[in-house]
Write a protein that binds this ligand. Structure first.
Ligand code: AMP
Length: 194
């Protein structure tokens, strides 16, 4: 199954992805992690990306697309994967569609996690107290939420128009959100077998 998770920072994507990965048994493709790994390996692309990440800005599309393109060609992606934090712009979504069309392996489902701004801010500040990420200051968090609204939210209509979108209210209990997500995944799977 080839799946995209969309949601603003703090919407619980990370937590829900972990649970869904255990359920589906596919690789977790987080572009944020790919970029942080590139930085910790001392790769120039990581150093370049860091300048954007610490400011709460999006890393330029060509850098992200290159990392994603290389990752998708690895053998463990052949049976599917779950994208977390990608695509984040319409340009990335279009490039991904084009790339997957060439591979004859289109996306099966896009899950959107929805939450209010105040709840997002509360969750992000809580996370910042135990994860020491350089991009978790209040100013950067607010900017990342704004960047999401401006650049990533348009993807919701893009995928809705392609009949790929299912939205879940992520302000519910974690277990309830997880159950709704599994239900969405199962409904897509059962439509293949019918
Ligand atoms: P995340 O771990 O998904 O919260 O991403 C952390 C940061 O990495 C973001 O705030 C961006 O600066 C950068 N980033 C991650 N994924 C992307 C992407 N798909 N496009 C552009 N920048 C990204």
């Amino acid at each position: 199954m080839r799946l995209v998770f969309i949601g603003p920072p703090g919407s619980g994507k990370g937590t829900q992805c972990k649970r869904l990965l255990a359920y589906l048994g596919v690789p977790h493709l987080s572009t944020g992690e790919m970029l942080r790994d590139a930085k910790s390996r001392g790769e120039s692309v990581g150093t370049l990306a860091e300048q954007y990440m610490t400011r709460g800005q999006l890393v330029p599309d060509p850098i992200v697309m290159k990392l994603v393109g290389m990752r998708l060609l690895q053998p463990d992606c052949a049976q599917g994967y779950l994208f977390d934090g990608f695509p984040r712009t319409l340009n990335q979504a279009r490039s991904l569609d084009q790339f997957l069309a060439e591979l004859q392996a289109p996306l099966n489902l896009v899950l959107e996690l929805q939450a209010d701004d105040s709840e997002l801010m509360r969750r992000m500040l809580y996370r910042a107290t135990f994860e020491k990420r350089a991009d978790d200051t209040p100013e950067t968090i607010a900017r990342r939420i704004e960047v999401y609204k401006q650049q990533t939210a348009p993807l919701i209509d893009y995928y809705r128009d392609r009949n790929l979108l299912i939205s879940v209210n992520s302000m519910q209990e974690t277990d309830v959100v997880a159950t709704e997500i599994k239900r969405a995944v199962d409904s897509v799977r059962s439509s293949w077998s019918s």
